[in-house]
Design a protein around this ligand. Sequence first.
Ligand SMILES: [Zn+2]
Length: 166
Amino acid sequence: MPTIKRTWTCTECGKEFGVGEWTCADGTSNHKVELKTYRSLDVPTAEGTTPPGILPPVIRSRTMVCNVPPPHKIMDGGDAKMVGEGSVEFINGVFLTTDPEQQYWLDKKPGYQATKEQYDSVWLSAEARNANKEIELKAREERLENDRNDLLGQTQAKVKRETARP
Ligand SMILES: [Zn+2]
């Protein structure tokens, strides 16, 4: 089980706050914290195959996750008020949020904490994984090539300076 955070520092107002103290300085919206990505390994099973040459749909699944946050009481002026449960929507098994209240409740739910590697291994086809690998390799090669050119440039400049001496 991942550890559940109990205190945060708001990136908007700078205040440190705990569980339940979600409201930011404006009194209505929630505090903001560092963006966190939640990933689910729940891949749609009845996808069917896409004919060759046709790209698969960009949005393959939308999943509502309920009880984020669960129904709860808030104090409005002097009155206690019930707020209904909230929900968040995972698109293609991914949900990103800076809302600490959503993070707090999602952190309590197993099944939405997959790592990027775990996610890729179930969501991407073998072809897509290979294509990604190829892009990574190419980027690495380009970096090496750039480094080599830098070195070459430096050496040439040095040689030029040395030969230019009387
Ligand atoms: Zn705040």
